[in-house]
Design a protein around this ligand. Structure first.
Ligand code: ISL
Ligand code: CA
Length: 556
């Protein structure tokens, strides 16, 4: 009887790739209007390619009134005028391919803008042929049909006075949810997906994909979901049927990468979305790590390193050889990586940003680097609500402070750590005004004054910078298959500040050692690694003996 070897995952490009997310509004402005644009991205593609990443994830570039900065699409086949033209998009795709990179775009299929012509038709009257493209309800006794609450405050229902019914919107009232139960709606979305795939893009990040099937009968959710209705909205009965149909009708006909935003889905459900035998998605983005310090809505809560380590072990244990994971500790909806999980004080900023780079790029799964992580960009010191731009924050302020009992100072204190706008301040290119993001007088959101020393020009010129640390780590990852296809074992899950894990593949084994604190830490190599040598680290000079503050080492 032959020993059954542990089944190995199949090898494919999106398992080996490092993904770099661009939020176009904040990346680079080329025409001095204070808003990032596609020409600006093209002007910085060499900077991205030099980092060594493989795939660019572009946040929505479609025509939009920007109620939610492009996550409210008005026309799926038009480029947002602030970002440029379709010719600019075609040029961007060509320039990305010319550098050997791939492009996935952010497809928002759960909802459209209320200015989309589908919605303008649908709301014309209750008998319009487009009525079923969205989710309408007469209401009950003159009130909203159920107790669902919007992620952007208030109920998920708005009464449309023209046609006399309520329509559903899980997000802003300017983002009506599409009715995926309607065949014509799904087929129209599939046509819009093919329009971009036929241009040669390499796949999609699928926004709020887990909520496209609404809970049966639009029933109220129970009190267990009060703190997090997302888990209720993500339990729609037809969800996997829709995704399997999407795969069959669209994805399966192209060599692409699909990554679903798995908001509201527990790690234990990962296999249901990414098991290659189910023909649904390749990857999902889970939020257990990135929202580990998140209480209700905008509130923060305490967490410990063992809590975070448990997420990565649970993530690893939730899949088998037919699945793959992602490692995403930052994006356009969450605070800046080094401020969120590191220490952005002057003394520890550089070291902790490099430690977090090591974590991101050696855990098991496809890493997602968010624009500016590679520079160690930090949170912004928002002084007042007037500094914010995000509909989520502004609506919450109106509901909880202006019309609620939350003291302004309490709201501002929590949002100083949790607000989405931290990730949306302009990319810092130089020490010029506004971080060189724009030559115009006023960027759409203020730039961080620390662009004076945290900027791409300084970083690319300094071989000891965080940028070059990322670049060397990405190159190392490519040379070490164990860091991609190796297994994952946490060697000290309960230690309060030491994060130490192994990655093993065949006879290669790698040990990653991270002192996630500013305190020195006595250290001895664990059994099985006592002959290993530290070959990579964030401190210069020899790396042996006790661990210094925020010290990261990779042993082979
Ligand atoms: O802040 C959040 C919820 O309170 C985020 O987690 C986010 O709203 C959620 O993950 C869904 O995000 C996606 O869809 C939203 C858009 O605002 C986000 O930018 C996008 O990432 C609606 O399209
Ligand atoms: Ca511009």
């Amino acid at each position: 009887m032959t020993l059954s070897t542990v089944e190995q995952p199949s090898k494919i490009w999106w398992k080996e790739a490092v993904v770099y997310q661009i939020y176009p509004r904040s990346f680079k402005d080329s025409n001095a209007d204070g808003i990032g644009d596609i020409a600006g991205i093209i002007s910085r593609l060499d900077y991205i390619a030099d980092l060594g990443v493989d795939v660019i994830w572009l946040s929505p570039h479609f025509d939009s009134p920007n109620a939610d900065n492009g996550y409210d699409i008005r026309d799926y086949r038009k480029v947002m005028s602030e970002f440029g033209t379709m010719a600019d998009f075609d040029n961007l795709l060509r320039e990305i391919k010319a550098r050997g990179l791939r492009l996935i775009i952010d497809f928002v299929g759960n909802h459209t803008s209320d200015e989309h012509d589908w919605f303008e038709q649908s709301r014309r009257d209750q008998n319009d042929p487009m009525r079923d493209r969205y989710i309408w309800h007469p209401g009950i006794d003159g009130k909203e049909p159920n107790n669902w609450t919007s992620f952007f405050s208030g109920p998920t229902w708005t009464k449309d006075t023209g046609s006399g019914e309520y329509y559903l919107h899980l997000f802003s009232h300017k983002q009506p949810d599409l009715n995926w139960a309607d065949d014509a709606t799904r087929n129209a979305i599939y046509d819009d997906m093919r329009f971009w795939l036929d241009k040669g893009i390499d796949g999609f990040r699928l926004d709020v994909i887990t909520m496209i099937s609404k809970p049966l009968g639009l029933e109220d959710f129970g009190p267990q979901y009060d703190a997090d209705p997302a888990q209720y909205y993500a339990k729609g009965p037809e969800l996997h049927r829709y995704i399997q149909e999407m795969n069959q009708q669209v994805f399966s006909r192209y060599d692409i990468m699909t990554v679903g935003e798995a908001f509201g889905v527990p790690l234990t459900d990962t296999k249901l979305f990414v098991d290659d035998r189910r023909a649904e998605l390749n990857l999902i983005l889970n939020f257990d790590a990135v929202r580990i310090d998140r209480g209700e809505t905008w509130r923060r809560k305490d967490w410990t390193l063992p809590d975070l380590k448990a997420v990565f072990t649970n993530m690893n244990d939730s899949i088998d050889a037919h699945c793959w994971n992602t490692v995403a500790l930052s994006n356009h909806d969450n605070p800046r990586l080094v401020s969120h999980f590191g220490d952005d004080s002057p003394k520890w900023h550089d070291l902790s940003a490099k430690l977090l780079a090591t974590l991101q790029l050696t855990l098991r799964g496809t890493p997602f680097v968010y624009q500016g992580d590679e520079l160690g960009m930090t949170n912004f010191l928002f002084a007042d609500i007037g500094d914010y731009r995000d509909v989520e924050t502004l609506n919450a302020w109106d509901q909880d402070v202006v019309h609620g009992a939350t003291p302004p100072a309490e709201f501002l204190d929590h949002n100083r750590h949790t607000a989405r706008d931290h990730a949306r301040t302009p990319m810092q290119w130089t020490d010029a005004p506004h971080g060189g993001f724009t030559d115009g007088p006023t960027p759409w959101i203020a730039a961080n004054s620390n662009a004076s020393h945290i900027n791409a020009a300084a970083a690319t010129a300094d071989d000891a910078s965080i940028y070059h640390f990322y670049r060397r780590l990405i190159a190392l990852r490519r040379q070490m298959p164990a860091l991609i296809y190796g297994d994952y074992t946490d060697l000290c899950p309960d230690h309060p500040t030491l994060f130490m894990y192994s990655r093993r593949l065949d006879d290669a084994s790698v040990l990653v050692v991270l002192n996630v604190s500013s305190d020195p830490l006595p250290f001895a190599l664990p059994r099985g690694f006592d002959q290993s040598v530290a070959t990579f680290g964030n401190y210069s000079g020899d790396q042996c003996g006790d661990l210094r503050g925020w010290e990261a080492r990779i042993y082979q």
